[in-house]
Design a protein around this ligand. Structure first.
Ligand SMILES: Cc1ncc(COP(=O)(O)O)c(C=O)c1O
Length: 482
């Protein structure tokens, strides 16, 4: 069976309809629908064409003996799910690196990659407890860590907080999925910020929900408008998601705005989910307001973790605290516990770092105040954008990112992804195009503030160089950026 040939099915002892695998032996639903009509084997195991009953043809593969080699198809639940931050652009960067290129990675908020170290008292606590970390722990996390989280939430003024309403997970990432899985029915709607941290959209979709985006555009300093949020609420809405301080925009939500959002949740009986993983990272006069104390009796899940403020993202530890009237969330709390139990528990050794992180010295403070590394990094990006002919920026007030856009007058038809590819190919800088964050336009990019200030100045210069090259033909009327 080698060489190119047409094999009419009925003439082939191997490649006949009968040769299709038995549905019972190989229960893949597509099989019974396939009717082999002819095959063109250029090599054993090559592809052939099969007909499905509505007379459409599809390509399938057979092995030497004529058994169907079904390709493994991913679930259609993933068809709308994106995580471009680690997508094709990042893979292209790896290819370039494999060929010896030195790429600057500012696409991911990964502190360890830029020389930030986990505070020593966290490492010591973990090392000390390592010999006592062999067993699975309670599904919600070790008692010591949950007591520390509960104490922090109570000290902030959250209501209804208790140790059995705290959940420790393998990063906030895992808890985002658990929280939405426990909540959503197919077709339920969730209010999400646009731009968002894309895991929130992905987890909503994967759990059958429908994202309904409230806009946080640059013209509004990346803050949402509570009237617009109210207009998006329908009988199917179940929850409002907030990211404060925000990734990717750096917006820090003022108290008055948070109060309006709480009022919406209260009025419509919605669960509040607030991702506060950057809570200790604010700049200049900007102050973080935790949502739970403002929510009072309104059910609220507050998310936080070791990854950012404590620079321990490799530890994979996050937590969520359920506040508000316990009676209103008793069944939901039980559902969270059930889902937590199904995955047994979070990484035990790293959970020992939670108490010292919350109760020990606030090591982030020195980094975000004037003269501190993150403060100066942010300043370098602001200054770089100010002296750019092409870029504009709402100065980030918190978190680890800047979300500049290109000026419309310079680039009426800018495409952030094409730009990101050119920046990578021509200037060896990998950043995240703004469209990775579920925004309706393609004019933004996201940079992390993790490199040293001097390196960020250089990165903005490199961005400007590419923009200059793009603008030159556009100005002469030859080419627009697309
Ligand atoms: C807003 C936000 N939430 C959650 C996460 C994930 O955090 P973790 O490392 O705890 O999974 C990130 C990571 O960048 C983030 O930016």
């Amino acid at each position: 069976m080698t060489g190119a040939a047409l094999w009419p099915v009925q003439n082939s002892p191997r490649l006949s309809v009968d040769a299709l695998p038995d549905h019972k032996r190989n229960p893949i639903p597509l099989h019974p629908r396939l009717i082999l009509c002819w095959t063109e084997l250029t090599s054993p195991g090559g592809p052939c064409t099969a007909r499905i009953p509505d007379n459409k043809y599809c390509r399938v593969s057979y092995n030497f003996w004529g058994s169907l080699l079904t390709s493994v198809q991913p679930s259609t639940h993933l068809s709308e799910v994106r995580y471009e931050i680690r997508g094709p652009l990042a893979r292209r960067a790896r290819e370039l690196e494999a060929h010896g290129r030195d790429i600057v990675h500012i696409n991911i908020g990964n502190p360890g990659r830029f020389g930030f170290r986990v505070p020593a008292h966290l490492l010591e606590a973990m090392a000390r407890q390592l010999p006592h970390s062999d067993a699975y722990c309670q599904e919600q996390g070790i008692e010591e860590a949950r007591v520390a989280v509960a104490a922090q939430q109570l000290a902030r003024g959250a209501s209804g907080v208790a140790v059995d309403r705290i959940f420790i997970g393998n990063g906030v990432s895992e808890l985002i999925d658990i929280a939405l899985r426990a909540l959503l029915e197919t077709g339920d709607e969730v209010l999400l910020p646009s731009p968002d941290y894309p895991l929130w959209s992905a987890a909503t979709l994967l759990n059958g929900g429908l994202p309904r985006y409230y806009s946080c555009p640059a013209v509004q300093a990346h803050l949402p408008d509570s009237d617009e949020m109210a207009a998006l609420i329908t009988p199917r809405t179940r929850a409002i998601i907030l990211i404060n301080p925000n990734n990717p925009t750096g917006a820090v939500y003022p108290r008055a705005l948070l109060e309006k959002i709480v009022a919406l949740a209260e009025h419509h009986g919605l669960l509040l989910l607030c991702d506060e993983i950057y809570d200790g990272i604010t700049y200049d006069e900007h102050r973080f307001e935790p949502l739970a104390p403002l929510a009072g009796e309104v059910p609220c899940l507050s998310f936080n973790g070791l990854s950012k403020v404590h620079r321990a993202c490799g530890f994979r530890v996050g937590w969520m605290s359920l506040s508000g009237n316990p009676q209103r969330t008793a069944a939901y709390r039980d559902a969270l516990q059930l889902l937590a139990a199904l995955r047994l528990c979070a990484n035990v050794p790293a959970q020992w770092a939670v108490k010292p992180a919350l109760e020990g010295p606030a090591t982030i403070t020195a980094l975000v105040r004037p003269g501190g590394r993150l403060h100066e990094a942010r300043r370098a990006v602001i200054n770089g954008v100010e002296s750019s002919k092409y870029l504009q920026l709402v100065a980030p007030q918190g978190a680890l990112y800047a979300f500049p856009s290109v000026r419309t007058d310079a680039f009426p038809e800018f495409d952030d992804e094409s730009f990101a590819y050119r920046l990578l190919e021509e200037e060896s800088v990998l950043l995240a195009p703004g469209s990775s964050f579920n925004v309706p336009d393609s004019r933004h990019v996201r940079l992390t503030l993790l490199p040293e200030a001097t390196q960020l100045t250089d990165i903005v210069t490199r961005m400007d160089r590419v923009l200059g090259r793009l603008a030159a033909p556009a100005r002469s009327g030859m080419v627009t950026v697309s």
